[in-house]
Design a protein around this ligand. Structure first.
Ligand code: DGP
Length: 117
């Protein structure tokens, strides 16, 4: 496991880079994506530095669950209950992960195709 978080999300957590926060507690932060791909595009991240799902340990189980709990709460607050929302976690550069601090994308407010591209 990596200990030094030099990613842009590490800087956002430490307040070194601004972000439009929509939720924060001791463990989790949610903020608007800088380059939204949907009318609602929010990222939910743990404050603990975890690279992606290949980097998680047994002790992270509760924290991972909390990310999803917060995702549901935030999506509800954003008015997505009627039309629904999509969650995405990209794990690895090969599938599009560009920031190597784990994050759950909340996407909503438009049509989505399945299977995803
Ligand atoms: P991914 O490709 O799954 O690693 O998603 C990374 C997302 O992070 C991407 O949708 C754009 C977003 N992002 C990158 N840099 C910043 C930033 O400085 N601020 C915010 N709010 N979002 C960022």
């Amino acid at each position: 496991m990596t200990t030094e978080n030099n990613t842009i999300f590490g800087k956002i957590i430490r307040g070194e880079v601004p972000s439009e926060k929509v939720y924060e507690d001791d463990d989790v932060l949610a903020f608007k994506d800088l380059n939204p791909t949907a009318p609602v595009h929010i990222l939910v991240i743990p404050k603990k530095y975890i690279v992606n799902l290949f980097d998680v340990e047994e002790e992270d189980a509760e924290l991972l669950g909390k990310l999803l709990l917060v995702a549901g709460k935030v999506a509800s607050e954003q008015g997505l209950e009627e039309d629904g929302f999509r969650t995405v976690i990209n794990n690895g550069a090969g599938v599009g992960q560009s920031v190597f601090h784990i994050h759950v994308h909340i996407l909503g407010g438009r049509d989505f195709s399945w299977p995803p591209g």
